[in-house]
Ligand binder design. Structure first.
Ligand SMILES: Nc1ncnc2c1ncn2[C@@H]1O[C@H](COP(=O)(O)OP(=O)(O)OP(=O)(O)O)[C@@H](O)[C@H]1O
Ligand SMILES: [Mg+2]
Length: 351
């Protein structure tokens, strides 16, 4: 086992009742102090993995280790883990203070220590003025902060969070996202965070674990998963919009025969202006504009081509008119995928 692993999943299989397994022989190491994000489409098994780490769900086979030791016989309450859920699960009749204090009383923390910790954590999440309020009289974002405070105050070794921001509006979500990054920086404890939102994963994670149908597709730092997607699934999941994937024929015979699909990031493509030629190391695809979006410093174009819809994102001040264009992409920016959908490399040229 890696010395730095806080949590290790070894050969985990999980089946609910008599159903076929939703996770099979999953191996995963979560580094101490990392902000690890479990990312993937709905139903891929993210919550199941998190709940097995927490001990809320039994494994069918395999083992969960914390600090290198099996927690098979350790109750959820004794794993030194705190979990934050999507629906907050606050006690409605208790004040904010009592909600935060509740877990501490269970842990038999003394009164003075409790007061000190509550004051500290309330300050940290900006709830000091709201301690005597009831959850019903708080905004969604404030309620989510109470749920966070309740977890932080216990000073757990690991934070598990299952889509804690999904009930919040877009603005609040980005705000609390930053708060969580800051919190992680401050606490330096291990965070394991579940989301289906790749933007959230990319922005917060130090480590992304991308899953599909109970299998890990790629585990890497955000910059690496973006720059080097392991396969077509990953390429299509990461980025906004994600990588364009088209049949290898779109590269006009420039790639080796074992390449079945090619891909390029919208931000690596451009639309040729009138009279503009392409460089020798570029490929061109004909397309007609279906939609254009002004994003502030960038403009995004949705293009219809013979090989399907392709997105182009440009830093430009001139918004192009609707019409037909050539899409130009440098060969070195073309990702080549083999028959199995695995990344073979970038800019592969035919011999
Ligand atoms: N209690 C259960 N009984 C039977 N099947 C379940 C149970 N919980 C989850 N499943 C199944 O296990 C699979 C994984 O579910 P899980 O909740 O882990 O997915 P998820 O990635 O968290 O999805 P979402 O993003 O929608 O929350 C799904 O196919 C789901 O239907
Ligand atoms: Mg889930």
């Amino acid at each position: 086992m890696n010395q730095m692993e806080k949590i290790t999943l070894k050969g985990i299989t999980k089946a609910y009742g008599k159903n076929p397994p939703v996770i099979e022989d999953l191996n995963l190491g979560i580094e101490e102090g990392s902000f690890t994000v479990l990312l993937g489409p709905s139903g891929c098994g993210k919550s199941t993995v998190l709940r097995m780490i927490a001990g809320l769900e039994k494994t069918t086979a395999g083992d969960v280790l914390i600090d290198g030791v099996s927690v098979r016989d350790v109750e959820p309450g004794d794993r030194n883990i705190a979990m934050v859920f999507q629906n907050y699960a606050l006690y409605p009749t208790m004040s904010v203070r009592d909600n935060i204090e509740f877990g501490l009383k269970n842990m038999k923390v003394g009164k003075d220590e409790r007061n000190a910790r509550i004051a500290e954590v309330a300050e940290m999440v900006g709830l000091t003025e709201y301690l005597s309020r009831k959850p019903a009289n708080l905004s969604g974002g404030q309620r989510q902060r109470v749920a966070l405070a309740r977890a932080i105050v216990k000073k757990p070794a690991v934070f598990l969070m299952d889509e804690p921001l999904s009930n919040l509006d877009a603005k609040l979500r980005t705000q609390i996202r930053t708060d969580l990054i800051e919190l992680h920086q401050r606490l330096k404890t291990t965070f394991v965070y579940v989301t289906h939102d790749q933007v959230e994963a990319m922005s917060m994670g130090t480590d992304i674990v991308l899953m599909d149908q109970g299998r890990i597709q790629q585990q890497a730092a955000p910059a690496d998963i973006y720059a080097k997607p392991a396969n077509v699934f990953t390429a299509r999941f990461i980025g906004s919009p994600p990588m364009n994937i088209v049949p290898a024929e779109a590269a006009h015979g420039q790639t080796p025969d074992f390449v079945s699909k090619v891909g390029f990031r919208p931000e690596r493509a451009r639309l040729l202006r009138k009279g503009e030629g392409t460089a020798a190391d570029e490929i061109r695809i004909d397309g007609s504009m279906l939609a254009r979006e002004m994003l502030g410093d960038q403009i995004q174009y949705k293009m219809d081509t013979d090989d399907g819809v392709v997105f182009v994102k440009e830093f430009a001040t001139d918004m192009l008119d609707y019409g037909s264009y050539q899409i130009a992409v440098r060969l070195s920016d073309i990702a080549c995928f083999d028959m199995q959908g695995k990344l073979a490399g970038f800019g592969l040229k035919k011999e």
